[in-house]
Design a protein around this ligand. Structure first.
Ligand SMILES: Nc1nc2c(c(=O)[nH]1)N[C@H]1C(S)=C(S)[C@@H](COP(=O)(O)O)O[C@H]1N2
Ligand SMILES: [Mo]
Length: 492
């Protein structure tokens, strides 16, 4: 039964939007990967256990190194925006485009269903498999199956389209969601469906490679088989035989996409701050809407604790810190002030008097690595109850001791009161039942399990309750927001 191929207008529009989104997602995705260019099947991301490593950097064996040192520089031709550690901008592109791509994909699926066009894509008989195999053999011998094989698609083509649309694309969404610390803190079983968070990350990458390969083959075949009729059908629908016009429009669209990428790359690199401000105005409310009300309910077993826990952020060399360290932080005090009725200055001993909370949780660095550890300390809400917030209080700022890598600035991060009330948000002075080691933030650090790692300030010196953070640092809500253009929600 011969069916004529008619691509309705909605489908042609879907196709163009999809093409526009896919390349932006791919390039920004590659930039995100470059920040931690290693892939694993285990959630401890033990160094050496990666199944793929892109780049040449080798970490030293004889001194402390941090995960930021592992990031690779990447060319702007493959990555958006390219360069070194432009993770903030790449994430903003990724998260701006993802909703457009998903809405476009859903509307495509709905139209397919409603119009009955799905029958061309979803196989309805097992005979498609031997027929697709036959077709594969034909292509392998560098021949094109006869016209009669295209009804409207050739069986191999149909099978491939169905796989990409109904298997690979949903898998990209589902595995992408596993990257959200908030989501997997609330539903720790969810990433297990894919074999863990790192397995999901690996699958997300394999999905990307599948889509790249698919795109290459798809474009090649459109050019080799039935060109330029395919282009004409794709652009104008099969009722319009004006091939020249179709080729002209297709070329303009492709040139437009390329120009957009060139503009996006240059704009992002030149106006990082402006792009951050505009992009996060959209991305942050969306992140809050999707993940903002999720509360951490993690309780991993002792056996889940990772043998190795990466470090990010070198210990402060500053003598104000070093002097405290030599005395095991006996003289350390944490000041809690700002918009509180009762300012506090707490020593380690004071902290140990509060009811102790213990939790075994998964740490998720924004760069991509993860690790599980036990944390012991005091719940943040306990501390805030003790100092009694004033009614104007809206944000809590965590300040660290000065670290040489950030001089003349110091590391700090801002959290909302709602974030803080997560039951697993705490000041940790213990890691794996031992005093918090110096590389991990001794004597005391923040844990907030619904966020990516950069929110969890180490080497804590002071906590400040404020009604606005515009005057702190550069005013974007944290050191990494100020200097690396990250968003301040950090829920994925
Ligand atoms: N003071 C300070 N705190 C910090 C950082 C830092 O550089 N300085 N890095 C953050 C980042 S990006 C991560 S992933 C975690 C890492 O914690 P870890 O070193 O214990 O693994 O600490 C966060 N807290
Ligand atoms: Mo991080």
């Amino acid at each position: 039964m011969e069916e004529t191929l008619s691509f309705p207008l909605w489908l042609r529009i879907n196709h163009v939007i999809n093409l526009f989104c896919m390349f932006l997602l791919m390039r920004s995705g590659v930039q995100i990967l470059a920040d931690h260019p290693k892939l694993y099947w285990n959630d401890g991301t033990t160094p050496g256990s990666e199944w793929a490593h892109f780049g040449t950097k080798v970490m030293p064996k004889d001194r402390l190194w941090i995960s930021m040192d592992e990031a690779e520089h990447i060319n702007s031709i493959v990555a958006l925006p390219g360069g070194h550690h432009n993770l903030g901008a790449a994430r903003n592109w990724h998260f701006l485009i993802v909703p457009v791509w998903i809405v476009n994909g859903l509307s495509y699926a709905i139209f397919l269903g409603v119009t009955g066009e799905w029958r061309r894509l979803i196989p309805t008989s097992w005979t498609i498999i031997p027929r697709a195999w036959e077709s594969a053999l034909t292509f392998a011998s560098l021949q094109i199956p006869p016209d009669s094989a295209f009804t409207p698609y050739d069986p191999l083509q149909q099978l491939t389209y169905a796989t990409v649309v109904f298997l690979v694309a949903p898998l990209m969404i589902l595995t992408g969601l596993c990257m959200s610390p908030a989501l997997i803190a609330r539903f720790p079983w969810y990433p297990k469906l894919f074999g863990g968070r790192q397995a999901a990350r690996s699958l997300h990458f394999i999905g990307l490679m599948t889509l790249v390969l698919y795109t290459l083959v798809h474009v090649t075949l459109v050019v080799v088989v039935h060109f330029p009729e395919d282009v004409s059908d794709m652009v104008l629908g099969s009722t319009n035989p004006n091939v020249t016009l179709a080729l002209w429009i297709a070329s303009m669209v492709l040139i437009g996409v390329v120009l957009f990428h060139i503009w996006a790359t240059i704009y992002t690199l030149r106006y990082q701050r402006q792009f951050q401000t505009h992009a996060t105005a959209i991305v942050e409310p969306l992140m809050r809407f999707l993940f903002g009300s999720l509360r951490s309910r993690q309780q991993y077993a002792k056996a889940d604790i990772s043998p190795y826990f990466r470090v990010n952020g070198y210990p402060p060399e500053h003598e104000s810190y070093q002097r405290l360290a030599t005395e095991n932080f006996a003289d350390w005090t944490l000041t809690i002030g700002g918009l509180v009725e009762q300012p506090l200055a707490l020593s380690l001993e004071d902290l140990r008097v509060f009811p102790k909370q213990e939790q075994i949780t998964k740490h998720n660095c924004i760069q991509g690595w993860s690790a599980v550890a036990e944390w012991g300390g005091v719940r943040m809400s306990t501390i805030l109850d003790r100092c009694r917030l004033l009614p104007q209080a809206r944000y809590v700022v965590f300040h660290a001791f000065p670290q040489a890598e950030y001089a003349p600035n110091t590391y700090y991060e801002v959290l909302t009161l709602e974030d803080i009330l997560d039951p697993q948000t705490m000041l940790a002075y213990e890691m794996n039942w031992k005093p918090l080691p110096i590389p991990h933030g001794a004597p005391c650090r923040l844990r907030i399990e619904i966020k990516t790692g950069y929110k969890m300030v180490k080497y804590l010196r002071a906590i400040e309750v404020v009604d606005s953070f515009g005057g702190i640092g550069k005013g974007h809500g944290g050191y990494r927001e100020d200097h690396q253009y990250y968003d301040k929600v950090a829920a994925i």
